[in-house]
Design a protein around this ligand. Structure first.
Ligand code: NDP
Length: 311
């Protein structure tokens, strides 16, 4: 029995570096990086950021895919992945904190007119503009899971009015929590900022189409740190260009890397970041070795994903 690490993105983490982290917790386990070659039949667990074509088909005894991150879209429904294969994700605190920081950064940038003042400084122009009051600003956080709940509470802690939205009923101190599709329209109409931290599932894909975007409060700013396919990008550009909404802050896109000719790059009301809002997984990596041990012992896994629900 063995573990395979398949990342192929040295910018994010070297496979060998992850092996060095995991091996002490799994001293008797063979850990392979990249192509397992003749050892493919030994592999019972795959640790990966995404499933590359043909990898799963070559692992006949695979029992668990451990996502190195949170979003499992692209894994749970992979046609090559046998329905019996379990999928687990990581739930580290650091990227949850980082994504909450990301949302705070760009909301506060708007609240405090940061771009306006930077521009004036470059032109040596002394011009005042009142900052907006947090207490009279409403932030909606869509998705109240590991990351969204923390984000909502950070906004509440510094005095914003915060609305939260999830699939099932939730209670969070300082957050007006609502749930279910029927609750979304009213919530959008009340919010000055909408921070989207939802997974991509069959229910959330293309959530922000033209009709949904028209439900946002006039001038509202949409932030997306969930997944790119939650938004119909052409509809978003139209909603901004028509003046319906004020702008967007986007960390995730339908196609990544964002193509060079995409309209988002040059749009004055769109902020583009290259899928960096949550980055450091350090405090979650221990769980990979723990899940290997649990799987072999037949114990419940940490952070197992519901493949049917898609998250
Ligand atoms: P969780 O699974 O902990 O939470 C997901 C939340 O979304 C839950 O509150 C869930 O509701 C809600 N939700 C799911 N489906 C629906 C629906 N149909 N309607 C309303 N609410 C829904 O995930 P995380 O918070 O850990 O992560 C969220 C997503 O963030 C990830 O799936 C990933 O796509 C993205 N992400 C992006 C990163 C980046 O760098 N940009 C980094 C890490 C994650 P309920 O609580 O009722 O189940």
């Amino acid at each position: 029995m063995a573990l395979l690490i398949d990342i192929r993105d040295p910018e994010w983490m070297e496979e060998q570096a992850l092996k060095d982290i995991l091996q002490p917790g799994l001293p008797d386990v063979d850990i392979f990086c990249g192509d397992p070659g003749d050892a493919a039949e030994q592999i019972i667990m795959l640790a990966a950021v995404k499933l590359f074509p043909d990898v799963v088909r070559g692992l006949p005894n695979l029992r668990l895919v451990q996502k190195l991150g949170a979003g499992v879209d692209g894994i749970v429904n992979d046609p090559d992945l046998h329905p019996e294969v379990k999928v687990a994700r990581l739930r580290p605190d650091l990227p949850a904190h980082e994504i909450a920081e990301y949302c705070l950064t760009y909301v506060l940038q708007h609240q405090r007119n940061v771009c306006f003042h930077q521009d004036n400084q470059r032109q040596k122009r002394w011009q005042t503009r009142a900052p907006r009051k947090s207490a009279s600003t409403t932030v909606a956080v869509l998705g109240l899971g590991h990351i969204g709940a923390r984000t909502a509470q950070y906004f509440a802690a510094i005095g914003f009015r915060v609305l939260g939205w999830s699939r099932t009923e939730k209670t969070l101190q300082g957050v007006d929590c609502r749930y279910g599709e029927h609750a979304l329209e009213g919530l959008l109409a009340e919010s000055d900022y909408v921070a989207c931290i939802l997974p991509s599932t069959s229910e959330t894909k293309n959530l922000f189409n033209a009709e949904r975007l028209s439900q946002l409060k006039a001038g509202a700013v949409l932030l997306n740190a969930g997944r790119g396919d939650l938004i119909v990008e052409q509809d978003l550009i139209q909603a901004i260009n028509s003046g319906q909404i004020g702008g967007a802050v986007l960390d995730v896109f339908q196609t990544e890397p964002l193509p060079g000719d995409h309209l988002f790059w040059d749009h004055p009301a769109v902020t583009v970041t290259p899928h960096v809002s949550g980055w450091h997984l350090d405090d979650g990596l221990e769980d990979i070795a723990e899940n290997y041990r649990r799987m072999v012992a037949g114990q419940p896994l940490l952070n197992q994903v519901n493949r049917q629900a898609g998250y």
